[in-house]
Design a protein around this ligand. Structure first.
Ligand code: PEP
Ligand code: MG
Length: 584
């Protein structure tokens, strides 16, 4: 079998060598059919047969999980198995088949929908948690009836590379870290949230790999080169040998860079900048300190809302925020209020399908419409603010009205905490993300009402260049080094400084060593990024004089094309740091 080379987009660096695990995310359509009176008994039997098959498959998976991961992990299948035995659901489905003369999948789907509706309406958190189980069982049985194979990520074998058409951030969140070497998807771009999460999990990943699901069969040996966005299917011994060596070099370079961990991000002529980390989950805090970050410049709290079918309570949020804030102290943590919508969807807050989700009901728009939820989150953040150093940040601010309204709500929440005698940091800074071009145009006004800015280039690039950040087809057009984007960044930094506030960046651009030179030269105060990117950025900052970086930025701002800018930056990096950094 010859080697097949698949090209994609680098999503998370590193090399993985392992076996393919194909993850079919089941898109299914439940067809409604009316069947003949003489067909009903056979249809009931077809239904019960599917339930039996799913039951034995689940029992088998449960057994495997018990051996591989322990009894506790395998426990999750108990609820599924119990549901498959539940007479009410089975009898009601059989009744629908017999009396309404509907096909089995439709009858079962209807029955479970009723159960889900009832569960959603209850106040009981335990019952609410069962919704996901019901939906999972529904998927399994319906897929069996329509003849598709259900693949669950939970059955993931050790030493696997996951291959999928797409992974929603919620799928990625569920990816079992044990045994997962890396993943590749057919869809997605470099700043899609799944790619961002791969970097946070520090596993190599390639996205936008066309035809991956057709070209790769389950169990095929793969080399996944996350740094260069390439995948080799059925590599020969020579290629495997070459990649094992590269993997070794990569590990050595990472170890070398790790020695920079505790050194300050200070230029050769003494200008200091802050290098901080972005996180999605509290358990990433360990990796933050391991990579030498001075605090957290972006905590994406929406992931708390994506973990189950219930909204996180004030107490749950408070605990999560405290666990981050206390461990990161004395460094600050910028807690961003939830940014759901776009590609970040949560069962706990269903959003009706929109034609353009990234231009839709997202982030601060959701918070201002659902003030009830916003207040719960702000209470939890403010309560956590006395446990360390907290800053509050709002996403997707497009103009001053939104910022003023959000700040009014913060003040109202503070008033009620005062009345209740609950402690919070009276001086907790409040800042705005600058990620929409209109916010840049209004930056002076916004700066007057902000204690800090943080530039979100992932969105700023997509809205400025009209390039969907998750669309692999136009991924080459998504470029933060585009002169228009650089002008907007310069304008934001200058407006912030004119008004006496610091300007940070928490988009993925701040972890790109090529961009570091320009951003430093433009006067950016804080760089916040995926922890794994920190050592390289520190290396650049520590290897140049601020005056030189300013001169590079001046030169760059005179250029009119991405190609010229990239060539100039590559030349500077090559001359100062050698080829290795660029290759890696
Ligand atoms: C950004 O848009 O750059 C950003 C940091 O926020 P997110 O990636 O979560 O949209
Ligand atoms: Mg954003």
């Amino acid at each position: 079998m010859g080697v097949t080379v698949l090209k994609g987009i680098s999503a998370s660096p590193g090399i993985a060598i392992g076996k393919a695990f194909l993850y079919h995310k089941e898109d299914f359509w439940v067809e409604e059919r009316t069947i003949g009176a003489h067909e009903t008994e056979a249809e009931v039997q077809r239904f019960l047969g599917a339930v039996d098959q799913v039951t034995s498959e689940l029992q088998e998976t449960k057994r495997r999980m018990e051996v591989e991961l322990g009894k506790e992990q395998a426990q999750i299948f108990e609820a599924h198995l119990a549901m498959l035995k539940d007479r009410t659901a089975l009898d009601e489905t059989a009744l629908r088949i017999r009396e309404e003369r509907k096909n089995a999948e439709f009858a079962f789907f209807r029955t479970l929908r009723k159960i889900v509706k009832a569960l959603r309406a209850t106040e009981d958190p335990y019952l609410k948690e069962r919704i996901e189980d019901v939906l999972d069982v529904q998927r399994r049985v319906v897929l069996k009836l329509v003849g598709k194979q259900h693949t669950s990520l939970i059955g993931l074998e050790a030493e696997s590379i996951v291959v999928a058409r797409n992974l929603a951030p919620s799928d990625t969140a569920r990816l079992h870290r044990k045994g997962l070497l890396g993943f590749l998807t057919e869809l997605g771009g470099q700043t899609s949230h799944t790619a961002i999460m791969a970097r946070a999990m520090e596993i190599p990943a390639v996205v936008g790999t066309k035809r991956a699901m057709e070209e790769i069969e389950p169990g095929a040996i793969l080399i996944l080169d996350g740094t260069h966005g390439v995948v080799y299917v059925h590599p020969d011994e020579a290629l495997l040998c070459e990649y094992r060596k590269r993997k070794q070099r990569w590990t050595e370079m990472a170890a070398d860079l790790a020695t920079l961990r505790d050194l300050p991000a200070k230029t050769l002529d003494g200008k200091s900048v802050v290098v901080a980390a972005n996180i999605e989950f509290p358990d990433e805090v360990d990796s933050v300190s391991a990579h030498g970050a001075e605090g957290i410049g972006l905590y994406r709290t929406e992931f708390l809302y994506m973990m189950g079918s219930n909204l996180p309570s004030e107490e749950e949020q408070f605990e999560a925020y405290c666990s981050v804030v206390e461990r990161v102290a004395p460094h600050p943590v910028v807690i961003r209020t939830m940014d759901l919508g776009g590609d970040k969807l949560a069962d706990s807050l269903p959003i009706e399908p929109e034609t353009n989700p990234f231009l839709g009901w997202r982030a601060i728009r959701v918070c201002l419409d659902r003030e009830d939820l916003f207040r719960v989150q702000l209470r939890a953040i403010l309560r956590a603010s006395v446990r360390g150093k907290v800053r509050i940040m709002f996403p997707m601010i497009s103009g001053i009205e939104e910022l003023r309204r959000a700040r009014e709500i913060v003040e109202a929440v503070k008033d009620s905490l005062r009345e209740e005698g609950i402690a919070f940091d009276e001086h907790c800074p409040v800042g705005a993300m600058i990620e929409i071009p209109s916010a840049v145009m209004m930056a002076d006004q916004l700066a007057e009402a902000s204690d800090f800015f943080s530039i979100g280039t992932n969105d700023l690039v997509q809205y400025t260049l009209a390039v969907d950040r998750g669309n692999e087809r136009i991924a080459s057009l998504f470029d933060p080094i585009h002169p228009a984007v650089l002008r907007l960044i310069r304008e934001t930094i200058e407006a912030g400084h004119r008004n006496g506030i610091p300007v940070a960046m928490c988009g993925e651009m701040s972890g790109d060593p090529l961009a570091t030179l320009v951003l430093l030269g433009l006067g950016l105060d804080e760089f916040s990024m995926s922890p794994i990117a920190i050592p390289e950025v520190k290396m650049i900052v520590r290897g140049i004089r601020f005056e030189e970086a300013k001169a590079v930025a001046d030169e760059v701002m005179k250029l009119g094309t991405k190609a010229e800018i990239r060539a100039l930056l590559q030349e500077v990096v090559r001359s100062k740091f050698g080829n290795l950094l660029l290759e890696q």
